[in-house]
Design a protein around this ligand. Structure first.
Ligand SMILES: [Zn+2]
Length: 216
């Protein structure tokens, strides 16, 4: 806890003063552009990953980046989605899974988690992903299966998102986009689900526009 309190003190003494204008503007309201739904895993820092500032992302963190289908398990995740979409008017929703996810490992090997009844019940929402991957993969374990499960879980949660009336209404209006990402923790690489290819493809940095008169 010492390190956390020292960090807070450093924030107040040196970080806050540098960004005072931003924080004072944010104190009056927020207009985040995206809802970022990701795992609670301590190794994911959505703002560092996307180089966004306070006020840019509305973040929902929950183990396994799981979105229960509506109207199942009305709770924190569902309420956060409804608020982001219906009140804040975000225009993008990103569901971001990640490599080495303990929750996905728990889906493959549930026995040690059985005494944890809440975790076990929550993992049931990842079972459709496990079943879908098991139909296509030859082996049902190992790193490739874990990655396939992690990816499929993101796709399933995008499907669950569409069952939420607030999301469905905005999708019908055509002013909301859904994105499925998988973040490779060790490599710093993000892949994104491409529905046309039915596969995850590496997200490339947008190329800077050439300036007029610049020779290629
Ligand atoms: Zn995780």
């Amino acid at each position: 806890m010492d390190r956390i309190l020292k960090g807070l003190s450093r924030f107040q003494k040196s970080v806050y003063p540098k960004h005072r204008d931003l924080f004072q503007k944010l104190a009056l309201g927020q207009r985040p552009e995206a809802l970022f739904i990701t795992c609670a895993d301590s190794r994911i820092d959505p703002c560092m990953l996307t180089q966004t500032k306070p006020g840019d992302l509305f973040i929902s963190r929950v183990i396994g980046n799981i979105v229960p289908p509506y109207p199942d398990a009305i709770g924190g995740v569902s309420a956060t989605i409804e608020y982001a979409v219906g009140v804040l008017g975000v225009v993008d929703i990103i569901v971001c899974g990640h490599t080495d996810c303990g929750v996905m490992k728990g889906v493959l090997n549930p026995e040690p988690l059985e005494p944890l009844t809440s975790v076990t019940a929550w993992l049931n929402y990842a079972q459709p992903a496990r079943k879908a991957v098991a139909q296509h993969e030859e082996t049902h374990s190992g790193p490739e299966f874990l990655l396939a499960l992690t990816e499929r879980n993101v796709v399933e949660q995008l499907g669950n998102l569409r069952t939420h009336p607030s999301v469905a209404a905005r999708l019908d209006q055509g002013d909301l986009r859904l994105h499925g990402w998988v973040y490779d923790l060790g490599e710093g690489v993000v892949t994104s689900y491409d529905p046309e290819k039915a596969a995850f493809v590496r997200l490339e940095t947008p190329k800077p526009k050439l300036r007029a008169g610049r020779r290629s």
